[in-house]
Design a protein around this ligand. Structure first.
Ligand SMILES: [Zn+2]
Length: 198
C-alpha cells in the first residue's frame, strides 16, 4: 500500500492504558472509518470507595457509532478484554481475535447474556482483515504470558503502523510458536507495504 496524498487525518486516540496500568483501549480513525484495539478494565485505586471496576470512557465512540467497524483484540488479559461486557451494551460491534482470546471473551459474554448478540470473528496469526474502506489489519504471532497473543500491522492511507500489544521475546514458549520476528523485520524493511496473502 503506497501512502496517498490527502488532507484527511489519521487519528490515534487512547481511551485508556496510556500513562496508567489497565483499561487498554485505542481508537484509530480515518474519514468515515473507526476501529478499536482492545477493550480492557482497570481495578479501582484505594480511594475509589464502592467502585468494583473501572472501564474506559467511550462517549466518543458512542457518538460516532455508525463509523465503528469493530474491536480487534491482541490477547485475553483482563486489562485488554475485561471492559467488553460493559462496552458492548452501548456499542454492538464485531470482535476480532485469535481462538484463545475469543474463548475467554465468550465466557464473559455468556455471563452477561451477550453471546448471541455479539458477532465474533476468529482470526489466525498471518491473516489480514479489512475494516471499512481505509484499514487493513494483519495479525502477527507474538509471545506474552498468555498464549495466542498477537501484534498488529495496521495498514492506513498514511502508511503502516505496528501495534505491538504486550509481548516478550521468548524463544521457548510453552505453546511452541515463537514471535514472528521475521515478519516484523520484513515490515521494517519495506517502504511500500503489501499484506500477507494479498
Ligand atoms: Zn497482557
Amino acid at each position: 500500500m503506497v501512502p496517498k496524498k490527502t488532507k484527511s487525518k489519521l487519528r490515534i486516540i487512547p481511551l485508556g492504558g496510556l500513562g496508567e496500568i489497565g483499561k487498554n483501549m485505542t481508537v484509530f480513525e480515518y474519514e468515515e472509518d473507526i476501529f478499536v484495539v482492545d477493550c480492557g478494565l482497570a481495578f479501582p485505586e484505594d480511594e475509589m470507595l464502592g467502585i468494583d471496576l473501572v472501564i474506559p470512557d467511550i462517549t466518543y465512540l458512542v457518538k460516532n457509532s455508525q463509523k465503528v467497524r469493530g474491536i480487534v483484540l491482541t490477547h485475553g488479559h483482563e486489562d485488554h478484554i475485561g471492559g467488553l461486557p460493559y462496552i458492548l451494551q452501548e456499542l454492538n460491534v464485531p470482535l476480532y481475535g485469535t481462538k484463545l482470546t475469543l474463548g475467554l471473551v465468550e465466557n464473559k459474554l455468556r455471563e452477561h447474556n451477550l453471546l448471541r448478540s455479539t458477532e465474533r470473528i476468529n482470526v489466525s496469526p498471518g491473516e489480514t482483515i479489512a475494516l471499512g474502506k481505509h484499514f487493513k489489519v494483519e495479525f502477527i504471532r507474538s509471545n506474552h504470558s498468555i498464549a495466542d497473543a498477537v501484534m498488529l500491522a495496521i495498514g492506513t492511507p498514511m502508511g503502516v503502523l505496528i501495534h505491538s500489544g504486550d509481548f516478550k521475546v521468548d524463544y521457548t514458549p510453552i505453546s511452541g510458536a515463537t514471535l514472528d520476528l521475521h515478519r516484523l523485520a520484513e515490515l521494517g524493511r519495506k517502504k511500500s507495504f503489501s499484506f500477507n496473502g494479498r
